[in-house]
Write a protein that binds this ligand. Structure first.
Ligand SMILES: [Zn+2]
Length: 164
């Protein structure tokens, strides 16, 4: 399994690949390994890692890249069969553990990651909405609305009965 190249001391994934740490193996080929994430976002959450210590996914060789994404697809297909999620979310970041790992997360409507990404998309779409609020016409309109709003004339005001 370990080719003896590109291992990094202190890297948790290299230690797993060397057999020094346990893991739940799901699938592997010559260049990649898929394991369960020990801190799952949802049931069956997996990580697919290259067998060589490569910090960033865009530094993988073409063969490693092909292997990693082929393995990711195989595992996603397994998830769809075994766990029946709506779909399998895939992403790669790597800030915390600098050994390429692709997240594969079975996603169900309303689960933690689903809500996170929905919130992220709302945030992503917000700037034009917020920018529109800063436009002169919008500012003048809302300023006028606020100035004209008279709490004393509001039906919710406690003073209404007194004044009538
Ligand atoms: Zn590593």
């Amino acid at each position: 399994m370990t080719e003896g190249t590109g291992k990094e001391k202190g890297c948790i994934f290299c230690q797993i690949l060397a057999g020094d740490l346990p893991c739940y193996r799901i699938y592997e080929d010559e260049l990649s390994l898929a394991i369960l994430d020990v801190n799952p976002f949802s049931i069956g959450h997996c990580l697919v890692i290259p067998k060589r210590h490569v910090p960033w996914w865009h530094e993988l060789s073409d063969d490693e890249n092909a292997s990693l994404f082929r393995a990711a697809k195989v595992v996603a297909e397994k998830m769809m069969i075994a766990l029946e999620p709506d779909f399998v979310c895939m992403y790669a970041r790597g800030r915390r553990i600098p050994h390429t790992h692709v997240f594969l997360v079975p996603t169900y409507s309303g689960d933690v990651l689903d809500r996170f990404f929905n919130a992220l998309e709302l945030f992503q779409e917000s700037p034009p909405v917020l920018a529109a609020l800063r436009e002169k016409d919008s500012m003048e309109d809302v300023a006028e609305l606020l100035r004209e709003a008279d709490p004393k004339k509001s039906s919710k005001s406690k003073d209404d009965s007194v004044e009538c």
